[in-house]
Design a protein around this ligand. Structure first.
Ligand SMILES: C[S@@+](CC[C@H](N)C(=O)[O-])C[C@H]1O[C@@H](n2cnc3c(N)ncnc32)[C@H](O)[C@@H]1O
Length: 415
């Protein structure tokens, strides 16, 4: 069997991630990338009109997390959308189909096949492509990226997840050991048993044991364990490698998520060194931050075909701040004056100094008011700072909350 055949066989036997379609009756899995607010913010400068047709490809859709989230969000907005689900694995597709059926989603077109065959599938151009956890399982990931880039409309973009090299320290050594002790010729159940046994027996010095943030083998059942440690085709990427592959496909990187993780200043307590690093261009800062943090297990990024800046920016005060999933009142209450915001970035305790107006500003975010209108609303509450002071504080708050993917921007339509 070729490696590509082994990959297909794996996902027929172990659809990933393991999902019970019945769970759709009581929860929607919402993730990153491909949340509609993120797509708008990073790829359409917050100005995408979702009343207009929107074509999406979910390449390597698996059991359907991104496909279902996108189909549901576009249905909720009544967008005339088509979401094409494409995957090699029929069993994964069947699970995604059941999930869609339970939700009554009618905007998905299901296809079985390889994303490498996109040029011959005649599917037309896509405004957005989701491809998470797939390209690193191809024999030639760059060929996959190119096939996807060519399927985009001229101003389309994609949300991608690839494994991160440094944060997966220990994985590849363990995979190599398992190739010796549990070769592919062995029945899958025996391979899984050997893997479980070896994990238990790892000495305390072993790199995998010393990496506490790898937990798919614990939380993901057989499919998770197989995916992490028994994969036949799996590699990881550094930021510079992603930049190279993305550029080679004719795309531009719009942003890494979560942005704070890709800023050296997040991890740097020395103000002089932090200032020097802040002067580097964006992609160099991201590469530095990855090396400094050492714990990025995955890289999530948005990349675009457009030849212009596609990211919504807070400098335009006609932008509407939107909270991604949190409630403004809850977040405002958690932002105590004089206290830093503390976020756990996979073991790194990030402490970000909040501006004095943080809580007051957040309490006015309702997904409708623009930044300028929030300023006016603060005035109505007898809380009016000078405009320049407000703007400075808003931008300081924005960098922190956008940095952990809580806050995004969109622009009002027709204004
Ligand atoms: C790790 S799973 C990720 C699934 C899904 N994207 C997610 O993030 O939940 C990888 C998926 O990619 C699919 N896949 C691998 N190579 C592919 C290819 N060349 N074309 C289409 N799908 C592929 C596999 O069948 C599998 O369902």
């Amino acid at each position: 069997m070729s490696n590509a055949d082994l990959v297909q066989a794996q996902y027929e036997a172990f659809p990933y991630p393991a999902r019970d379609p019945q769970d759709e009756r009581h929860r929607l899995i919402v993730g990153t990338p491909s949340h509609l607010l993120e797509i708008d913010h990073y790829l359409f400068a917050g100005r995408r009109d979702f009343t207009q047709p929107f074509r999406v490809l979910v390449a390597g859709g698996g059991t359907g997390d991104a496909c279902i989230m996108l189909a549901q969000q576009l249905t909720d907005r009544r967008t005339p959308a088509e979401i094409v689900y494409l995957d090699l694995s029929q069993t994964s597709r069947a699970i995604c189909e059941q999930r869609a059926q339970i939700r009554g989603l009618a905007n998905i077109r299901f296809m079985t096949g390889s994303l490498l065959d996109l040029p011959s599938l005649g599917l037309g151009g896509f405004d957005y492509i989701d491809c998470t956890g797939v390209l690193h399982h191809l024999v030639d990931p760059a060929a996959g990226m190119l096939a996807l880039a060519r399927a985009l409309t001229p101003e389309g973009g994609m949300g991608v997840m690839l494994y991160g090299e440094h944060g997966r320290s220990g994985v590849y050594q363990l995979q190599n050991m398992l190739r010796v002790l549990a070769p592919v010729q062995m029945p899958a159940s025996e391979r899984l048993a050997v893997a479980r046994k070896l994990i238990r027996l790892l000495p305390s010095t072993n790199l995998f044991r010393r990496n506490p943030f790898l937990n798919d083998h614990l939380a993901g059942g057989d499919a998770g364990l197989y995916d992490l440690l028994l994969h036949s085709q799996d590699r990881a990427f550094t930021v510079p490698q992603i930049v190279e592959m993305t550029h080679a496909a004719g795309l531009r990187l719009a942003g890494f998520l979560e942005p704070a993780r890709y800023e050296p200043a997040t991890y740097m307590s020395d103000p002089q060194l932090a200032r020097r690093l802040s002067e580097l261009p964006f992609l160099e800062r991201a590469a530095f931050a990855e090396r400094l943090a050492g714990n990025l297990r995955t890289h999530i990024f948005y990349a675009t075909k457009a030849g212009f800046d596609t990211v919504a920016r807070p400098e335009d005060t006609q932008a509407i701040p939107v909270l991604r999933e949190t409630q403004a009142s809850e977040l405002a209450a958690a932002l105590q004056p004089g206290q830093p915001l503390v976020a756990n970035l996979d073991g790194f305790p990030w402490r970000a100094q909040l501006p004095p107006l943080a809580g007051a500003i957040v309490s006015q975010i309702d997904g409708r008011r623009t930044i300028a209108e929030i300023y006016t609303a603060l005035g109505a509450r007898g809380n009016l700072p000078l405009w320049d002071d407000f703007r400075q504080q808003f931008e300081q708050l924005y960098v922190i909350l956008n940095g952990i993917n809580h806050l995004l921007l969109r622009f009002p339509r027709g204004r």
